[in-house]
Design a binder for this molecule. Structure first.
Ligand SMILES: [Zn+2]
Length: 456
């Protein structure tokens, strides 16, 4: 799905699946990673024992948790500070999954990798699943995803140490969208067929089918969802709210929905020196007027957490001495409420049509693409809020997530909830992404309290 003009190629892929074609280079073999191979006992390894343990108070080990986070960031360490480059299915990603499988085995969990590369550490019997993703953006930080994976590992270990309750952990594959968006959890949740994902390409022309041959020898089956009672994901906020307000914990209410559409103003290309201002049909001027009017009109519709972005503009012919005849731009908007997303769409369409009419030009709208908003499970949210009240009184808030996460997908097949810890300066998807270690540990403790209540 490369080469589109949309900012969210994976989203485009999701909506265009039914009409996508299968052209592309045939799969070829990637190098096999024998060290990863050795970490998995073989395909189709599922625990069959049922836990008969009584439950005890779990005591997550902050030192072990932080040490593992720092060990994991060494795999693919890059750039400045604690920066990491660990793209999905890269050598560093597979090494990280091998490392993770070793930690799982050390903790008496059963490592299991599915055909999409999602890597599980399974407790015995039906369990609560806790995790996130360990792949990164091309220039990533040490915590985006990795925090939730290592927190899941630590909770699963702490539960083992305490004799229960059963907690499994997971690192989903390609959350950061080398091939799609949230590719691994898209596939596991059933939203995306593996055969369709196999035809996704990264920006270098490598397809998902080729990339996953690196795990072909060790991948087992897709796990049934009902092995798990629910899914908890801890993540850095990746925004400024908690950091700016001095709060330590965010309990996620819902994960926003996204709408994405291309808009084109078609005016009249002409000479920039000889065309009088009053005779111009300048597509850029139309876009500029549209943007000003839109910002004004959306104010009556949106919430403080609603966002909208014109992130890409292409003027034609894009030359300094030519009145632009064509302005094509991306229009993206996000909110937790599907009705509000629809009301915003009407304002966007009406405003663009009005501007075009006034300027005596035409406007065209591309296909509307997007992802629906997802509410987090109320019972799991309640458990996180009770735990936050105990561990961080007065220092937590409910908040929506403006970023997509694996929990968006898992919420469609299991009860799911999310916990945020602050991002220093609101910075993420950058080498210098960071969080105070005391905040990481506090988040782990809140997560552990909620997980024990939910899994017992
Ligand atoms: Zn993430």
């Amino acid at each position: 799905m490369r080469g589109g003009t949309f900012l969210l190629p994976g989203v485009a892929a999701f909506f265009l699946l039914s009409s996508s074609s299968s052209e592309g280079p045939p799969p070829s073999c990637m190098q096999k990673y024998s060290d990863l191979n050795a970490c998995f006992a073989g395909p189709n390894v599922l625990p069959s024992r049922t836990s008969l343990f009584m439950t005890f108070a779990m005591k997550p080990n902050p030192a072990r948790f932080l040490q593992d986070l720092h060990e994991l960031r060494q795999i693919g360490a890059a750039g400045i500070g604690k920066g990491v480059q660990r793209r999905a299915f890269s050598a560093a990603d597979l090494t990280a999954r091998s490392w993770l499988a070793d930690r799982m085995r050390d903790a008496d969990l059963t490592p299991h990798i599915d055909p999409a590369g999602n890597t599980f550490g399974l407790a015995d019997g039906r369990s609560l699943l806790v995790g996130s993703h360990s792949d990164t953006q091309p220039e990533g930080g040490w915590l985006d995803g990795a925090l939730g994976v290592v927190a899941g590992l630590e909770l699963a270990r702490a539960a083992k140490d305490a004799g229960g309750p059963p907690i499994s952990c997971v690192s989903f594959q390609d959350e950061e969208g080398r091939f799609g968006v949230l590719t691994g959890s898209d596939i596991w949740s059933g939203k995306l067929a593996l055969a369709d994902a196999d035809r996704f390409y990264d920006t270098d022309g490598v397809c998902f089918a080729d990339a996953r041959t690196g795990i072909a020898d060790i991948a087992g089956e897709f796990l049934p969802h009902d092995m798990f009672s629910g899914f908890l994901e801890m993540h850095i906020e990746q925004g400024p709210y908690l950091d700016e307000t001095g709060l330590k914990i965010g309990v996620v209410s819902d994960i926003v929905g996204i709408r994405d559409m291309t808009v084109v103003f078609e005016g009249r290309q002409n000479h920039a020196g000889t065309t009088p201002m009053h005779l111009r049909q300048d597509a850029f001027q139309a876009l500029s007027k549209f943007n000003t009017l839109l910002n004004d009109r959306l104010r009556n519709v949106v919430m403080p957490t609603t966002v909208w972005t014109i992130g890409h503009i292409a003027l034609h012919p894009n030359a300094s001495s030519v009145v632009p005849g064509r302005a094509e731009f991306s229009m993206q908007w996000r909110d937790g409420d599907a009705d509000r997303l629809a009301r915003m769409e009407k304002v966007i369409r009406d405003t663009a049509s009005e501007v075009a009419k006034d300027a005596n030009m035409s406007v065209n709208f591309g296909a509307l693409m997007g992802i629906e908003p997802v509410a987090m499970d109320q019972r799991m949210r309640d458990a996180l809020e009770v735990a936050a009240d105990q561990q961080a009184p007065e220092l937590w808030r409910r908040m929506p997530s403006g970023a997509l996460h694996d929990a968006s997908n898992i919420a469609t097949v299991l009860p799911a909830a999310m916990l945020f810890v602050p991002s220093i300066g609101g910075i993420s998807h950058a080498f210098d992404e960071d969080t105070d270690e005391a905040d990481l540990v506090l988040g782990l403790q809140v997560l552990a309290t909620a997980a024990e209540a939910l899994a017992s």
